[in-house]
Every structure is written in structure tokens, then in C-alpha cells.
Design a protein around this ligand. Structure first.
Ligand code: 4AD
Ligand code: MG
Length: 430
């Protein structure tokens, strides 16, 4: 008999099927038992009646503890009150593996305890739902760019270059030379944009962020498009089209998950283009107007971002940051040379910056000057400078952190729940 996945059971009403899974929960009432079985695709309520099954099946069902592996055969019956609209009337109940007492029960556990048991915590309904949202958003990212004729360019993890400042580099030894874990694939995408026009990369990136906040991980996944001949205006349009698409996709395809997470989806329904756009100078005005002590040249932290985000009902794009606080490669604004054509997109509801991007400097000499000003080793950047020597061209791109996006869409406040195995300050287990 073929195994049927729980989510497919509504197609088998009236039939006898086999389900493999684990005990999620169990209720007993005299001569009836109601185990709930999960198989990763859904939850199935079963009815085991002492009168209708063999003594072996009854005994197996009776002994099955939370997370025991079970193999059940029975008839699929419509039941409007059950999750998925069906339940199973069990005919045979087998217990291939009895679970030891499972450390995670529906009672409250501390975060540290849960993080130490992350490998088991993944089975809990909320964690399961968040990671399914992540799965959908990752597929959405790939579809979005593939459908728009972008070419996927996998960028290296081991690199000799600092893309996003030298203070957050993870250093490693590369046969006697210094190498770093990649902070961003961007530098490798720019040459590829000259080869393919529209490219993107999607992979793990690393930052030794010595701060302990709910928005920072040491290892996170970033999706980065890079487009030849795209200038700043077009970059902003691409960013908002992308975010609108991903939110819509999660709303359409993760209804059950968002329900499990008790997400207020009305807030996500608002996420329609055009998104508000303000400049950094406008943002400073907005913040000082609300009594915050910030001036031109200050970088925004989580508090500033939240105050700005709360002034709008959808993501807001802040552009034209002071040159001194942004990365070396950002193109100066021709109309206002103290600022660069860079943008950050801030998510609503306090989820912070989800996208960072810019138009890139395409003038060789200016880029060289910036590399020197930032005290970066010119030798290591020769190949990157080559893009400006052999047919230079205006180009732009951005990076979106998947975990920040998933946190916002799922409504979970801490990034640690949005990645299967988070790497945080003081945590690399499990
Ligand atoms: O703003 P960032 O540093 O931009 C870049 O790395 C550019 N090179 C991207 C590009 O233009 N191709 O990072 C981009 C995004 C942030 O907006 C945020 O969503 C995420 O990456 N991010 C982090 N997510 C989790 N933990 C961290 N420590 C993060 N640092 C950045
Ligand atoms: Mg940034």
C-alpha cells in the first residue's frame, strides 16, 4: 500500500490509506483514543476504537508517546471540524519506534532551552510554519528573477575582498593567505552584469556583528540582483516591485501558515506600490520633529528606523545617505555631492531594514580614490576595477536579507526563528 501525505488526504475520502508520521498529541476517552499524527505536510486526527481494532493495534496506540513514529492504516472520512477537513478511522496502528519523553511540550520553555533543542524545536507547529513561509519566499525570489530573465550567478563564499567594511569580517587561513567569508556577492555580480546584463545571486553571507540584537545574525541569506544600465530611479522601482510580489505570494500561498502564526494579514494586504520615498535629509527632519537627537552624518539604528517606519503604512524607501556613512562603491548624487545614490527599504511594524542597495560608481578613477579613502587594499580590488576599464557602464543593484523578510511576513520578532539553524553571538550549537 502506498503512503499518502496528510495534505493529500482530502483527495482520498472513502478510501483505505496508509499514513507514516509521528504522534503530535493524543487524547483518550475510555474505549476511544484520538491521536493526532503529523507527517510534515499536515496534521491528521485519528479515531482508534477498542471494539474495531486488534488488541495489538489498541495496545500500540495506547503506548504511543509524543513524537513516537507511527504507521497507521485506515479509512479517510470527512470531518468538517478537523484540520484539513478529514479524519481517519484507524484499522491498523503500528508503532515502529517508541519515542523517549520528548523535551519540548506545549508548556512554556525559555528561549535558551528552545535554542539548545533547535533540532527538535523544528517540529513545533509555529517553527514549522515560519520555515514554510521561508521556503515560499525563497522560491518566490528565484521565480521573480528567473521570470524577468535574470541569470543566476553563484558567488563565492571564500573571498579575498571586504565588500561591506572591514569591521565585520570573519577571517580564515587560505593556505597561508588571509581569506574572509563573504559579506555580500555584489562585487562578483558587477562583472557578471557586463557579461549577462541582468544577474542575481542568492546565498549565505557572513558578518561578525558583535552586537546582540533581534535583527542580526552572523550567517544570513541574501538575494542580490545587479543590472547593467539601470540607474537609481529604476533601482527603486525594481525593489518595490520585488517586495510587493513576495508579500502577495506569501499571502496567496501561505494562508494556513500565517493563520498558525496568528499573523494580522490586513497589515500585509496594504503592501502595494508605490511605496513612500523619502530622502535621508527628510528622514532627519522627520526624526528631529519627533524629538529625536539626530543630525546629518548620523547612521540610523533600530530605534530611528522604527520611528520612520511607524510614520507609514507600508515599506518606506530612504535614499541619498551621507557619503561618509555608506559603502565605498556608491555613486555620488550629481545634484548633491555630499550624499550617495543609495537606498534602504525599511519594513513596517518595527522589522527594520530589509533592503540595502545603490547605483554603483562606474568611473574608474573615482572608484580607485574611494578604495584608497576606505583604506582597502588596492591590489585585492584590481579585478573589480577592471569592470570600469573595459567598457564601463552605469549599473545598480540591491541586497535583501531573507530572514528579515521572513520575520516581517511571519510576524515573528526575532530573526533566530526564521532560519533553521541560527548562528548568533555566542551560539553555534546545534
Ligand atoms: O545593507 P547591506 O549591508 O548591503 C549589502 O550587503 C550590499 N552589498 C547589497 C547589494 O547592494 N548587493 O545588506 C543588505 C541586507 C540588509 O538590508 C538586511 O536585510 C540584510 O542584508 N542584513 C542582515 N540580515 C541579518 N543579519 C545581519 N547581520 C544582516 N546584515 C544585513
Ligand atoms: Mg544596509
Amino acid at each position: 500500500m502506498d503512503t499518502v501525505r496528510i495534505k493529500d488526504l482530502p483527495k482520498h475520502v472513502g478510501q483505505q490509506v496508509l499514513v507514516n508520521g509521528w504522534i503530535y498529541n493524543k487524547r483518550t476517552s475510555g474505549k476511544l483514543q484520538f491521536p493526532i499524527i503529523r507527517d510534515g505536510s499536515g496534521y491528521l486526527q485519528c479515531v482508534v476504537s477498542k471494539k474495531e481494532v486488534s488488541p495489538e493495534s489498541w495496545d500500540a496506540s495506547d503506548r504511543a508517546t509524543q513524537e513516537s513514529t507511527v504507521r497507521v492504516i485506515g479509512k479517510v472520512v470527512e470531518e468538517a471540524r478537523a484540520q484539513g477537513g478529514v479524519e481517519m478511522h484507524v484499522e491498523t496502528f503500528e508503532l515502529p519506534s517508541l519515542s523517549e519523553p520528548f523535551p519540548i511540550s506545549p508548556k512554556e520553555h525559555g528561549t535558551d532551552f528552545l535554542m539548545n533543542h533547535r533540532h527538535l524545536w523544528l517540529r513545533s507547529s509555529k517553527q514549522h510554519a515560519v520555515l514554510r513561509v521561508r521556503n515560499e519566499i525563497e522560491k518566490g525570489c528565484r521565480d521573480f528573477f528567473y521570470d524577468r530573465d535574470f541569470v543566476l550567478i553563484d558567488s563565492p563564499i571564500l573571498t579575498a575582498n571586504a565588500a561591506e567594511g572591514t569591521s565585520t569580517l570573519f577571517e580564515t587561513d587560505y593556505f597561508g593567505e588571509k581569506a574572509y567569508l563573504s559579506q555580500s556577492g555584489q562585487l562578483y555580480l558587477e562583472p557578471a552584469a557586463a557579461a549577462f546584463g541582468k544577474v542575481y545571486c542568492f546565498g549565505p553571507t557572513f558578518r561578525a556583528e558583535k552586537s546582540k540584537t533581534r535583527r542580526h545574525l552572523m550567517e544570513f541569506w541574501m538575494i542580490e540582483p545587479e543590472v547593467a544600465f539601470l540607474e537609481f530611479e529604476g533601482l527603486q522601482e525594481l525593489a518595490e516591485e520585488f517586495v510587493e510580489y513576495l508579500v502577495r505570494r506569501a499571502l496567496d500561498r501561505c494562508k494556513e501558515e500565517l493563520k498558525t502564526l496568528e499573523r494580522d494579514v490586513t497589515k500585509l494586504e496594504n503592501v502595494k506600490r508605490p511605496f513612500p520615498r523619502i530622502t535621508y535629509r527628510d528622514a532627519i527632519e522627520l526624526l528631529t520633529g519627533k524629538g529625536m537627537d539626530v543630525k546629518f552624518g548620523d547612521d540610523f539604528g533600530g530605534d530611528e528606523e522604527t520611528v520612520i517606519a511607524n510614520s507609514f503604512d507600508r515599506p518606506v524607501m530612504i535614499s541619498r545617505y551621507p557619503t561618509v556613512i555608506k559603502a565605498f562603491y556608491m555613486q555620488p548624487d550629481p545634484k548633491d555631492p555630499d550624499v550617495v545614490l543609495g537606498l534602504d527599504m525599511i519594513a513596517p511594524e518595527g522589522y527594520g531594514e530589509i533592503i540595502g542597495g545603490s547605483q554603483r560608481i562606474h568611473d574608474h578613477d573615482l572608484l580607485l580614490q574611494r578604495i584608497k579613502e576606505h583604506k582597502l587594499p588596492v591590489e585585492a580590488f584590481q579585478w573589480y576595477l577592471d569592470v570600469r576599464k573595459y567598457g564601463t557602464f552605469p549599473h545598480s543593484g540591491f541586497g535583501m536579507g531573507i530572514e528579515r523578510m521572513v520575520a516581517w511576513v511571519s510576524g515573528v520578532p526575532h530573526l533566530r526563528e526564521t532560519i533553521p539553524y541560527p548562528r548568533m553571538l555566542n551560539r553555534i550549537y546545534p
